[in-house]
Design a protein around this ligand. Structure first.
Ligand code: DGI
Ligand code: FE
Ligand code: FE
Length: 195
Protein backbone atom coordinates (compact mmCIF):
# COMPACT_ATOMS: atom_id res chain seq x y z
CA UNK A 1 0.00 0.00 0.00
CA UNK A 2 1.28 3.49 -0.75
CA UNK A 3 0.65 6.81 0.99
CA UNK A 4 -2.20 7.92 -1.30
CA UNK A 5 -4.06 4.64 -0.87
CA UNK A 6 -3.69 4.97 2.91
CA UNK A 7 -4.97 8.55 2.80
CA UNK A 8 -8.10 7.46 0.93
CA UNK A 9 -8.80 4.77 3.54
CA UNK A 10 -8.28 7.07 6.50
CA UNK A 11 -10.10 10.22 5.37
CA UNK A 12 -13.72 8.98 5.80
CA UNK A 13 -13.03 8.01 9.41
CA UNK A 14 -11.73 11.36 10.63
CA UNK A 15 -12.93 14.92 11.02
CA UNK A 16 -11.42 17.44 8.61
CA UNK A 17 -9.18 18.78 11.39
CA UNK A 18 -7.98 15.34 12.44
CA UNK A 19 -7.40 14.31 8.83
CA UNK A 20 -5.32 17.41 8.18
CA UNK A 21 -3.41 16.75 11.41
CA UNK A 22 -2.62 13.25 10.11
CA UNK A 23 -1.31 14.65 6.82
CA UNK A 24 0.89 17.14 8.70
CA UNK A 25 2.17 14.34 10.95
CA UNK A 26 3.07 12.41 7.77
CA UNK A 27 4.96 15.39 6.27
CA UNK A 28 6.76 16.05 9.55
CA UNK A 29 7.57 12.36 10.02
CA UNK A 30 8.97 12.04 6.48
CA UNK A 31 11.33 14.96 7.12
CA UNK A 32 12.55 13.21 10.26
CA UNK A 33 12.81 9.89 8.40
CA UNK A 34 15.05 11.52 5.80
CA UNK A 35 17.21 13.09 8.49
CA UNK A 36 17.49 9.96 10.64
CA UNK A 37 17.62 7.33 7.88
CA UNK A 38 14.33 5.52 8.30
CA UNK A 39 12.22 3.96 5.52
CA UNK A 40 10.04 6.68 3.96
CA UNK A 41 7.35 4.18 2.89
CA UNK A 42 6.95 2.75 6.40
CA UNK A 43 6.99 6.21 7.92
CA UNK A 44 4.26 7.44 5.59
CA UNK A 45 1.93 4.53 6.37
CA UNK A 46 2.52 4.67 10.13
CA UNK A 47 1.90 8.43 10.22
CA UNK A 48 -1.17 8.45 7.96
CA UNK A 49 -2.79 5.63 9.97
CA UNK A 50 -1.68 6.70 13.47
CA UNK A 51 -5.04 8.27 14.46
CA UNK A 52 -7.17 6.00 12.26
CA UNK A 53 -9.30 4.83 15.23
CA UNK A 54 -9.46 8.16 17.08
CA UNK A 55 -13.22 8.42 16.59
CA UNK A 56 -14.30 4.82 17.13
CA UNK A 57 -16.95 4.74 19.82
CA UNK A 58 -15.74 4.03 23.34
CA UNK A 59 -17.98 0.96 23.43
CA UNK A 60 -16.42 -0.46 20.29
CA UNK A 61 -12.85 0.19 21.46
CA UNK A 62 -13.63 -1.29 24.88
CA UNK A 63 -15.07 -4.40 23.26
CA UNK A 64 -12.03 -4.77 20.98
CA UNK A 65 -9.65 -4.49 23.93
CA UNK A 66 -11.71 -6.95 26.00
CA UNK A 67 -11.89 -9.58 23.28
CA UNK A 68 -8.48 -9.27 21.60
CA UNK A 69 -5.88 -11.79 22.68
CA UNK A 70 -3.05 -9.35 22.00
CA UNK A 71 -4.15 -6.10 23.69
CA UNK A 72 -3.40 -5.65 27.41
CA UNK A 73 -6.54 -5.37 29.54
CA UNK A 74 -4.98 -2.77 31.83
CA UNK A 75 -5.63 -0.20 29.09
CA UNK A 76 -9.23 -0.27 30.28
CA UNK A 77 -8.14 0.99 33.71
CA UNK A 78 -6.71 4.16 32.17
CA UNK A 79 -8.06 7.05 30.14
CA UNK A 80 -9.81 6.11 26.89
CA UNK A 81 -7.49 8.53 25.07
CA UNK A 82 -4.91 5.73 25.33
CA UNK A 83 -7.02 3.22 23.41
CA UNK A 84 -7.00 4.52 19.82
CA UNK A 85 -3.36 3.64 19.07
CA UNK A 86 -3.47 -0.02 20.15
CA UNK A 87 -6.90 -0.46 18.52
CA UNK A 88 -5.66 1.09 15.25
CA UNK A 89 -2.62 -1.21 15.17
CA UNK A 90 -4.99 -4.17 15.34
CA UNK A 91 -7.56 -2.76 12.90
CA UNK A 92 -5.17 -1.87 10.07
CA UNK A 93 -4.05 -5.47 9.96
CA UNK A 94 -7.58 -6.84 10.17
CA UNK A 95 -9.13 -4.42 7.67
CA UNK A 96 -6.26 -3.62 5.29
CA UNK A 97 -3.86 -6.53 5.72
CA UNK A 98 -1.00 -4.40 7.04
CA UNK A 99 1.18 -6.92 8.87
CA UNK A 100 4.43 -4.96 9.12
CA UNK A 101 5.35 -5.14 12.81
CA UNK A 102 7.38 -1.91 12.75
CA UNK A 103 4.50 0.08 11.29
CA UNK A 104 2.00 -1.48 13.68
CA UNK A 105 4.22 -0.78 16.70
CA UNK A 106 4.71 2.87 15.71
CA UNK A 107 0.92 3.27 15.57
CA UNK A 108 0.34 1.23 18.72
CA UNK A 109 2.71 3.29 20.89
CA UNK A 110 2.26 6.75 19.36
CA UNK A 111 0.41 8.15 22.39
CA UNK A 112 2.42 6.70 25.28
CA UNK A 113 5.76 5.70 23.84
CA UNK A 114 7.49 2.76 25.53
CA UNK A 115 10.94 1.50 26.49
CA UNK A 116 13.30 0.58 23.63
CA UNK A 117 11.54 2.49 20.89
CA UNK A 118 12.68 1.93 17.31
CA UNK A 119 13.61 4.95 15.18
CA UNK A 120 10.26 4.66 13.39
CA UNK A 121 8.41 4.63 16.74
CA UNK A 122 10.38 7.67 17.91
CA UNK A 123 9.64 9.52 14.68
CA UNK A 124 5.85 9.04 14.85
CA UNK A 125 5.85 9.84 18.59
CA UNK A 126 7.77 13.07 17.94
CA UNK A 127 6.03 14.09 14.70
CA UNK A 128 2.61 13.80 16.36
CA UNK A 129 3.77 16.34 18.94
CA UNK A 130 5.69 18.82 16.77
CA UNK A 131 3.63 18.94 13.56
CA UNK A 132 3.06 22.58 12.50
CA UNK A 133 -0.57 22.68 13.64
CA UNK A 134 0.34 22.04 17.31
CA UNK A 135 0.90 24.73 19.92
CA UNK A 136 2.15 23.38 23.23
CA UNK A 137 4.16 25.36 25.78
CA UNK A 138 7.87 24.99 24.99
CA UNK A 139 7.22 23.56 21.54
CA UNK A 140 9.77 25.81 19.80
CA UNK A 141 12.58 24.19 21.77
CA UNK A 142 11.32 20.70 20.92
CA UNK A 143 11.10 21.56 17.21
CA UNK A 144 14.61 23.00 17.31
CA UNK A 145 15.94 19.84 19.00
CA UNK A 146 14.29 17.69 16.29
CA UNK A 147 16.83 19.15 13.85
CA UNK A 148 19.68 17.67 15.88
CA UNK A 149 18.88 14.72 18.12
CA UNK A 150 15.93 12.33 17.85
CA UNK A 151 16.41 10.76 21.30
CA UNK A 152 16.70 14.09 23.09
CA UNK A 153 13.63 15.33 21.21
CA UNK A 154 11.57 12.28 22.20
CA UNK A 155 12.79 12.75 25.78
CA UNK A 156 11.47 16.35 25.73
CA UNK A 157 8.11 15.20 24.34
CA UNK A 158 7.89 12.53 27.02
CA UNK A 159 8.88 14.91 29.83
CA UNK A 160 6.46 17.63 28.65
CA UNK A 161 3.58 15.15 28.36
CA UNK A 162 4.20 13.66 31.83
CA UNK A 163 4.54 17.13 33.38
CA UNK A 164 1.28 18.19 31.73
CA UNK A 165 -0.55 15.06 32.85
CA UNK A 166 0.72 15.39 36.42
CA UNK A 167 -0.33 19.02 36.57
CA UNK A 168 -3.82 17.96 35.52
CA UNK A 169 -3.72 15.19 38.17
CA UNK A 170 -4.25 12.58 35.45
CA UNK A 171 -3.15 9.02 35.93
CA UNK A 172 -0.17 8.00 33.84
CA UNK A 173 0.01 4.70 31.98
CA UNK A 174 3.12 2.59 32.74
CA UNK A 175 4.41 2.74 29.14
CA UNK A 176 4.34 6.55 29.34
CA UNK A 177 6.75 6.33 32.30
CA UNK A 178 8.75 3.54 30.67
CA UNK A 179 9.37 5.78 27.67
CA UNK A 180 10.62 8.60 29.89
CA UNK A 181 12.83 6.34 32.00
CA UNK A 182 14.35 4.61 29.02
CA UNK A 183 15.05 7.83 27.12
CA UNK A 184 16.59 9.32 30.26
CA UNK A 185 18.83 6.25 30.56
CA UNK A 186 19.92 6.67 26.94
CA UNK A 187 20.78 10.33 27.56
CA UNK A 188 22.56 9.50 30.83
CA UNK A 189 24.66 6.89 29.13
CA UNK A 190 23.46 4.64 31.96
CA UNK A 191 26.39 5.81 34.06
CA UNK A 192 24.53 6.77 37.19
CA UNK A 193 23.42 4.36 39.89
CA UNK A 194 21.29 1.62 38.43
CA UNK A 195 17.89 3.28 38.71
O1 DGI B 1 -4.32 11.63 19.11
P1 DGI B 1 -3.59 12.95 19.25
O2 DGI B 1 -4.45 14.01 19.88
O3 DGI B 1 -2.99 13.43 17.96
O4 DGI B 1 -2.35 12.75 20.24
P2 DGI B 1 -1.93 11.53 21.17
O5 DGI B 1 -2.48 10.26 20.68
O6 DGI B 1 -0.43 11.60 21.31
O7 DGI B 1 -2.40 11.90 22.62
C1 DGI B 1 -3.66 12.04 23.07
C2 DGI B 1 -3.58 12.48 24.54
O8 DGI B 1 -3.15 11.42 25.38
C3 DGI B 1 -2.62 13.63 24.83
O9 DGI B 1 -3.38 14.71 25.40
C4 DGI B 1 -1.68 13.13 25.87
C5 DGI B 1 -2.45 11.99 26.45
N1 DGI B 1 -1.63 10.97 27.13
C6 DGI B 1 -0.41 10.48 26.80
N2 DGI B 1 0.01 9.59 27.72
C7 DGI B 1 -0.97 9.51 28.64
C8 DGI B 1 -2.03 10.37 28.26
N3 DGI B 1 -3.16 10.55 29.00
C9 DGI B 1 -3.27 9.85 30.15
N4 DGI B 1 -4.37 10.01 30.89
N5 DGI B 1 -2.28 8.99 30.58
C10 DGI B 1 -1.13 8.78 29.86
O10 DGI B 1 -0.27 7.99 30.25
FE1 FE C 1 -3.30 9.89 18.67
FE1 FE D 1 -2.17 12.38 16.32
Amino acid sequence: MNKNEAIKLVEPHLTKERFEHSLRVADTAVKLANKYNVSIEKTELAAVFHDYCKYRSLNEMQRIIETSSSLPKDLLLYHHELWHGPVAALKIEEEFGITDEEIKAAIYYHTTGKANMSKLELIVFVADYIEPGRSFPGLDKVREMAEHDLIKTAWMVSRNTITYLMEKKNRIYPDTFHAYNDLTRLLDGGNKFEQ
